[in-house]
Design a protein around this ligand. Structure first.
Ligand code: BTN
Length: 243
């Protein structure tokens, strides 16, 4: 596994994408930066992280024959790999918030941005960007955000954490390609935040509604049971889970 360490970069996802196109980087190449000047989050947001305190890295995963229609399975693999890593460190009350945030209690401690490089209906490779809040202890009063240090009081070694994450990512992909897709989906659902609980959501016309998360479809949509036992499917642009 090749690890490229940078002091500062705009975004490790962007760096790895350029590397992939320019040099045909190897499977599982990792780019890790102390500081990102334009860290990117899901849905066009920015990912802000105090330099030197957190783990901000991207890992390249190449595929031979993965259909675009299976892309949600990548979210399942990565969420579970991060979940297992944090479980090894005994971080309490871990949950996966659909599609791929990792929470402790109801606070986000890790975010994931997966960018796929396509060739027709196949995914040639994925750039998997991971931002884990580790030793940062102040988040400017941002709600529902935390870090490993805020949770356990321990100061963590970032290199050690990266090793644990990389080990679990490759182990989960091995498991996936050995034919365990269904088993991984079952584990993902077991850890899904607010599954089978009454929750409040905001739809894209900013209206609040209540419902119960029942499942995630194979395309990665959230299946919500609403009043009168009506089931509706939503993608990430269509709703926000409030509580
Ligand atoms: C999210 O919005 O939850 C996803 C955040 C992903 C952040 C990571 S940090 C390393 C990698 N490089 C980026 O620019 N973003 C991802």
């Amino acid at each position: 596994m090749q690890i490229i360490k940078l002091d500062a970069i705009d975004s490790t996802n962007l760096y790895l994408k350029k590397l992939m196109f320019n040099t045909q980087a190897l499977d599982y190449t990792i780019v890790v930066a102390d500081k990102q000047t334009s860290g990117r989050g899901q849905m066009g947001t920015t990912w802000v992280s105090e330099g030197g305190k957190n783990l901000t890295f991207s890992i390249l995963k190449k595929f031979n024959n993965l259909e675009v229609s299976d892309q949600f399975e990548l979210n399942i693999c990565i969420s579970l790999a991060i979940f297992r890593s944090l479980n090894e460190l005994k971080i309490p009350d871990l949950k996966i918030k659909w599609p791929n945030d990792i929470l402790s209690g109801s606070n986000k401690i890790c975010g994931v941005l997966i960018e796929n490089i396509l060739s027709g209906s196949k995914i040639q490779a994925s750039i998997i960007g991971i931002g884990l809040n580790v030793n940062q202890i102040s988040f400017n009063n941002l709600p529902n955000v935390s870090s490993l240090k805020l949770i356990t009081g321990i100061q963590y070694d970032l290199d050690e954490l990266l090793k644990i994450m990389a080990k679990n990512i490759s182990a989960v992909f091995d498991h996936y390609f050995a034919g365990n897709q269904q088993n991984l989906k079952t584990q993902y659902l077991e850890h899904l935040f607010r599954k089978d609980k009454a929750s409040t959501f905001l739809n894209n016309s900013n209206t609040m509604f209540t419902g119960i998360i029942r499942n995630v479809t194979n395309e990665g949509k959230l299946l919500v049971e609403e009043e009168d036992e009506i089931f509706k499917q939503y993608d990430l642009k269509e709703l926000k889970l409030l509580y």
